[in-house]
Design a protein around this ligand. Structure first.
Ligand code: TXA
Ligand code: MG
Length: 309
């Protein structure tokens, strides 16, 4: 892996793109200081230029050089959750250029914990701009194979399946308060407990979020969310052309059924691979059993709601 990491860092220095594993999902990386490299990144993803990208660093000190103000809450979050599946949006410093911030006055910063991501970041010794390594709008990749199946990348580092399985929690601290822009493994109660405060609910359409989060994490096959009690009737109604993602045991009427664990962390870890597999089955619809309403399922409900459009 050492020589592969060195090669990957060379590709990045030459302005190329490298896909690499993180503990959340695979990232598609480019040198965050190079306008040309980041332009290539957006083209490879098919992503509109005004969407900001997260910049990854080996350490919190490195990350905070891209911020011009680091509130106490950000230092506490970094000390507790970095390296790990948390992204912080902070007011940007001059090092964070328009081509990574989408022209906004803030920047998304993350210090991933995956050992291969850490090795790459240390070897490269700079910020790596990296969105999830999937085509814009599709579900994120949690294995190297998912990346290769869906896009052309100069080099892919294979670090095995991502452990968290869904994208990092994004916390916005650029506006004087603390807001969660995207739920993830690190939950709202985790953050409230650490900061000893109540988090503001995000307000829809607030300008700070414009050009913000992708609308879909969606397979090509339509996804329909179904309450547990209605799943049986929905399958009967639709006949045999359905794929099902559920917490319950397979039903013999359905050929493509993936049972996921009814525990949020284990479910998140399997979620995107399961959606990809069911998408490939070529059914008319993917029926997904709705997860429980409790806070620990927030991140999964968020991704499934987006997948269902
Ligand atoms: O887990 C993750 O965060 C993965 C891995 C690779 O680190 N990355 C990821 O990147 O999910 P991406 O680009 O697919 O999603 C990043 C989200 C986007 O929706 C983007 O709009 C938002 O973060 N974002 C980035 N910078 C922002 C900023 N300054 N203000 C508001 N939202 C921002
Ligand atoms: Mg993404």
């Amino acid at each position: 892996m050492n020589s592969e990491v060195r090669h990957a860092a060379q590709v990045l220095r030459a302005g190329g793109l490298v896909a690499f594993p993180t503990e959340t999902v695979y990232g598609l990386g480019a040198d965050a200081a190079s306008a040309e490299a980041v332009a290539r990144l957006y083209a490879a993803k098919g992503r509109p230029a005004e969407h900001p990208v997260i910049v990854h660093f080996a350490t919190a000190d490195g990350a905070f050089e891209f911020a011009r103000e680091v509130p106490d809450a950000a230092r506490k979050l970094a000390a507790h959750f970095w390296p790990g599946p948390l992204t912080m949006v902070l007011k940007r410093s001059p090092k964070a250029k328009d081509f990574v911030t989408g022209g906004q006055d803030s920047v998304g910063l993350r210090v991933p914990s995956h050992p291969v991501a850490q090795a790459l970041l240390r070897e490269f010794d700079g910020g790596i701009a990296a969105p999830s390594a999937n085509r814009f709008g599709n579900v994120s990749a949690t294995t190297a194979k998912h990346v290769v199946d869906e896009m052309k990348v100069e080099f892919v580092l294979d670090g095995g399946p991502s452990e968290v399985g869904i994208e990092s929690t994004i916390v916005d601290l650029s506006g004087g308060d603390v807001r969660i822009l995207r739920p993830g493994r690190i939950s709202e109660p985790d953050i409230e407990d650490l900061l000893k405060m109540k988090i503001q609910k995000k307000t829809a359409g607030s300008p700070r979020h414009s050009g913000g989060l992708e609308r879909h994490y969606a397979p090509k096959t339509p996804v329909v969310l179904v309450p547990s009690h209605a799943l049986d009737a929905e399958i009967a109604k639709r006949g045999d052309a359905v794929a099902v993602l559920a917490f319950s045991r397979p039903d013999e009427r359905v050929d493509y059924w993936i049972r996921v664990p009814k525990e949020p962390r284990a479910c998140a870890q399997r979620l995107y691979a399961a959606l990809r597999e069911l998408d490939a089955a070529g059914c008319g619809v993917i029926l997904v059993e709705m997860p429980p309403e409790s806070a620990e399922w927030d991140a999964i409900r968020d991704r499934l709601t987006r997948a269902a459009g």
